[in-house]
Design a protein around this ligand. Sequence first.
Ligand code: BDR
Ligand code: CA
Length: 308
Amino acid sequence: NNKVILDVDTGVDDALGLLLAIRSGQMDLLGVTTANGNVSLEQATVNTCKILQLAGAEHIPVVKGADRPIKRSTYFEHRVHGTDGLGGALKDMPVRKQPEDGHAVDFIIDQVRRHPGEVTLVMTAPLTNLALAVTKDPELVRLVKEVIVMGGAVQTFGNVTPTAEYNMYVDPEAAKLVFQAGFASLTLVGLDVTRKALLTEAHIASLGDSALACYVRESTGDYMQRYYERNGVRACALHDPLAVGVALNRELVLTKPYYVDVETRSELCDGQTVCDFQNRLSREPNVHVCLDVAADEFLRMFTTVLRG
Ligand code: BDR
Ligand code: CA
């Protein structure tokens, strides 16, 4: 099994990504690192611990990371994920599991150094933790096996501003640093593909009545409602789970190598991922950009795994 560290800001879809990763049984999850993002670092950490409890995976270490972006203020996404980040689900669950001592940045560095060339980093939060880790230990770049990032939008519109996707928007300086760090393999799973990975009520019904299925139904209720108000269909995009899905099976997505950078100095476009499709900047490609996804196949994977 692949050695993986998942970096999350546990909102509704991060939680589903975590469940997919754990229940797939096909990942050696070294740990889950948390970051400020959809909710505060504290809340994201509590949510992550609850999800591990729900999945019967309390043995997996959780390590807290950055409580704010590198330069900017926090920007929570309570409208999408609810004030608690889990759409109101698990609110009465007692939290037994506690995070480990230490900082996510040191955990990432330590694990990658222990397993050189073997660790895949799946990032489904703003990229603050990884940017800080690479700054602290620049050699990380050649010791990591690969990085898979949920973030950005290269051919489509943003979901916070007209041009920016949330994870990029919250900490564009971190994203820029990560993209320019020189990782051997960095895959960007952006809104171009995650918006096609739609979970519908029929999918949820197909999960049955297990505690896990009830959790999925409850946590996605408001999330689906919001999607319905915008798009007229009751569904929700599985942004973060798709990044996990790509870590499980590369064949789910069509990628092409391009040079990608992130805008950090624009009034209208901060956080925009700029993809140099025509190589106008004559730069070496630094990102495997996802351009298409076998959405049905991914949804089949997701529902099969969560059905257990
Ligand atoms: C991303 O932003 C967050 O709100 C989600 O958890 C996901 O990581 C989607 O743009
Ligand atoms: Ca997320």
